[in-house]
Design a protein around this ligand. Structure first.
Ligand SMILES: [Zn+2]
Length: 64
């Protein structure tokens, strides 16, 4: 039984997942926290948008 994540830990997982895929336990803990915490749901959505924008910017940067 995993202990519930704090909001800070959840944020780290969301950010960390960009560089390294989460393992099963981390995915489950993250999903469980997002179900119960609307703050982290909002933050997660904003990070997703931000990362997509970053990818667009970076992709544009490497174009000749
Ligand atoms: Zn939270």
């Amino acid at each position: 039984m995993n202990k519930p994540l704090t909001c800070r830990e959840t944020t780290y997982l969301v950010i960390g997942a960009r560089d390294q895929p989460l393992d099963r336990a981390q995915q489950d803990a993250l999903a469980a926290h997002l179900q119960t915490c609307r703050y982290c749901r909002t933050a997660n959505a904003q990070f997703t948008t931000l990362f997509a924008q970053l990818d667009t910017l970076l992709a544009r940067g490497v174009q000749p």
